[in-house]
Design a protein around this ligand. Structure first.
Ligand code: GDP
Ligand code: K
Ligand code: MG
Length: 272
């Protein structure tokens, strides 16, 4: 039977290593600070050795600026795992979703694991998982890695997404004028990369990330066709392309939080 690789990606301290240890029987270091895992680690699933889980370094973005981001970005974009479990600390959902928006662009099947749901229950906050799933365009599974809660379901969804091999449809998280520019860029770069990576590279081209788009080997004509598309959006929005991508992500995340999370009423912190 063919081997299946499933990458575990997420922010520092979202519980990836706890999940990895639970799934593989490893005893990798679990610690409450960032930067512990700089190398990716891999081990077979306890239940079926043909499935390999890959614990990626914790990151806030796939930019990549830090060594952790380089390792995780290379794995996701170049090594192409069969599926990605994007583990999210549900108690820091807003911050964690920034990376999620980028992972959704990488053209792999993705399942989001909402981790630390045990803590959410204590707080009384409610996440509308179905609404979040439809907004992200991928399955969302509530889990607790620490309590070994619902992990089978998470793996089952990831394996099924990987077996189907259908990448994320491409959640449109940018403003209409940026989405329009991305579509025009995609038409120009079509054929220079794997079709599943077109959205990923369109965003990189829009950001003028020369390092990231080197593998495309764009011709002078292609670059000349694209530049006015970017410039016209920058002029309209009064900001540079890279900042627009970031701020549109934040706007989309804010809307997502508004639509999918109900915070518990704040309790007064007076002693009784
Ligand atoms: P990583 O940096 O993503 O690898 O995160 P770790 O696995 O090292 O976990 C960071 C901290 O979160 C550790 O103290 C874990 O025990 C804790 N943790 C992980 N998963 C859960 C969970 O589901 N619930 C709770 N309450 N704590 C968790
Ligand atoms: K950690
Ligand atoms: Mg870790």
């Amino acid at each position: 039977m063919a081997e299946t690789f499933i990458g575990l990606a997420g922010n520092p301290n979202c519980g990836k290593t706890t999940l990895f240890n639970e799934l593989t029987g490893s005893n990798g270091y679990v610690g409450n600070w960032p930067g512990v895992t700089v190398e990716k680690k891999q081990a077979p699933w306890r239940v079926d050795k043909s499935v390999t889980f890959v614990d990626l370094p914790g990151i806030y973005s796939l930019s990549p600026y830090t060594p952790e981001e380089v390792v995780s970005r290379d794995y996701v974009v170049n090594e192409r795992p069969d599926a990605i479990i994007n583990l999210v600390d549900v108690t820091n959902l807003e911050r964690n979703l920034y990376l999620t928006t980028q992972i959704l662009e990488a053209g792999r099947p993705v399942v989001v694991g909402l981790n630390m749901c045990d803590l959410l229950k204590e707080r009384g906050d409610v996440v509308d998982t179905a609404a979040l799933s439809s907004r992200l365009g991928v399955p969302v599974v509530e889990v607790s890695a620490l309590k070994n809660d619902n992990l089978d379901e998470l793996v089952r969804k990831a394996l099924s997404a990987g077996a189907k091999g259908v990448p994320v449809a491409g959640t449109k998280c940018f403003s209409p004028e940026v989405e329009n520019a991305l579509a025009r860029i995609a038409a120009v770069i079509s054929g220079t990369c794997d079709a599943s990576l077109e959205r990923w590279y369109s965003v990189k081209v829009f950001e003028r990330d020369t390092e990231a788009i080197r593998p495309l080997h764009l011709t002078k004509d292609q670059t000349a066709a694209i530049e006015p598309v970017i410039k016209s959006v920058e002029k309209k929005r009064g900001d540079d392309a890279e900042s627009l991508i970031t701020s549109d992500r934040y706007d989309w995340i804010a809307e997502t939080m508004e639509a999918c999370v109900k915070k518990a009423p704040k309790r007064l912190s007076v002693s009784e």
